[in-house]
Design a protein around this ligand. Structure first.
Ligand code: SF4
Length: 349
């Protein structure tokens, strides 16, 4: 029987994904796609990737961009630290490497947002270097094919995954092999109901032979996801809305959001102190936004103002037309609130 890697390479040539916009492209393109693909599906990533590349065709263009520009193009893709890290890494490349994308794994792994697997993916896909990768899809394939038990988030288990990933590496055709592993995880060895009949390594897959495809990979031990509540104040004057810049670090760092409070009382207190006059007010339906570590129950309070306050512009606060705001760097729940609830009303006063 052919080796694992030989079978994967042959399978990729016939059945793998070809023609993805970042395939056979430069290291910059591969890096960008790898960062965007973290926790995100290919179909979601493609339009973001294309818009990003159109605005920042190379690493120097990205290095020269403002955080605002980068986050506006990232808006909706989630995990915004990825966007901030990309720009920061591009600036380091511009300074330390004269805008030349580094080839050395050791230089890549020093850049913000690039871990061992991402650095290895860039080296393997762009420079055809013999490096093992270990993203979520690859962990799933290896857990099943090799029968690796245990949650990959544990150090000891992760080490086993790396050992297997290194041991299975081919001597040649590393770029195709790497793409094959990613494609297999995304299209055949899927999270639920893997298509084992189509799998090139079904003959010696441990999970299939021992009927454990549903058990492997071992999921993260269950922990209750804590819930938090927040009140978002949607202050409107006509179709203008008040936006606040979030602090640079933390959730939605650097994005434009709505003024946020722990509860309605705090929101009402703030509004009373602000000197603004409400023409009408409405509590919108509470909805849940799920983060990795907690759920946020968001209640939007929509207030139409009788007149625009005189003291409008303050550091970190702006009035923006709702239509324009939808194209700005705003978090997904704010986008949802705007889409659902903003109907322009006639301006008075
Ligand atoms: Fe995954 Fe099934 Fe292939 Fe095993 S045989 S690697 S479980 S698709």
């Amino acid at each position: 029987m052919q080796s694992f890697s030989q079978r994967l390479i042959a399978w990729q040539r016939l059945h793998g994904r070809h023609g993805l916009p970042w395939q056979n492209a430069s290291a910059y393109h591969v890096w960008l796609s790898e960062i965007m693909l973290q926790q995100t599906r290919v179909a979601t990533v493609i339009p973001y990737y294309q818009r990003f590349i159109a605005s920042f065709p190379d690493v120097s263009a990205l290095a020269a961009a403002s955080e605002e520009q980068v986050l506006a193009l990232w808006s909706g893709l989630g995990y915004y630290a990825r966007g901030r890290n990309l720009r920061c890494a591009a600036q380091i490349i511009a300074e330390r490497h004269a805008g030349e994308f580094p080839r050395a794994f050791e230089h890549l792994i020093e850049l913000p947002g690039i871990g061992r697997s991402t650095a290895a993916a860039v080296c393997a896909l762009a420079f055809h270097e013999r490096r093992a990768i270990l993203d979520g899809n690859v962990k799933r394939v290896l857990a099943r094919y090799c029968g690796i038990k245990g949650w990959a988030g544990e150090k000891k288990v992760e080490e086993k995954f790396w050992q297997q990933a290194e041991a299975l590496l081919p001597q040649h055709d590393v770029a195709i092999y790497t793409q094959a592993l990613m494609d297999m995880g995304a299209t055949v060895c899927t999270r639920s109901k893997p298509k084992c009949v189509l799998c090139p390594v079904q003959a010696d897959c441990v999970a299939l032979q021992t009927e454990r495809t549903a058990e492997l990979p071992t999921p993260r031990p269950k922990k209750a996801v804590p819930e938090r509540s927040a009140v978002f104040l949607l202050l409107m004057h006509g179709s203008d809305i008040l936006l606040e810049k979030r602090p640079g670090s933390g959730i939605w760092g650097g994005l434009w959001s709505l003024p946020q409070f722990d509860d309605e009382e705090a929101a009402q207190h703030w509004f009373a102190q602000s000197g603004m006059d409400a023409r009408s007010g409405e509590r919108l339906n509470t909805f849940t936004h799920t983060f990795t570590h907690f759920k946020l129950l968001i209640t939007p309070l929509k207030v139409q103002l009788a007149r625009k306050p005189l003291r409008v512009e303050q550091a970190g606060r702006i009035w923006m037309d709702a239509g324009e705001a939808l194209g700005a760097a705003i978090p997904t729940p704010v986008r949802m609130i705007l889409i659902k609830s903003v109907r322009p009303e006639p301006v008075e006063g």
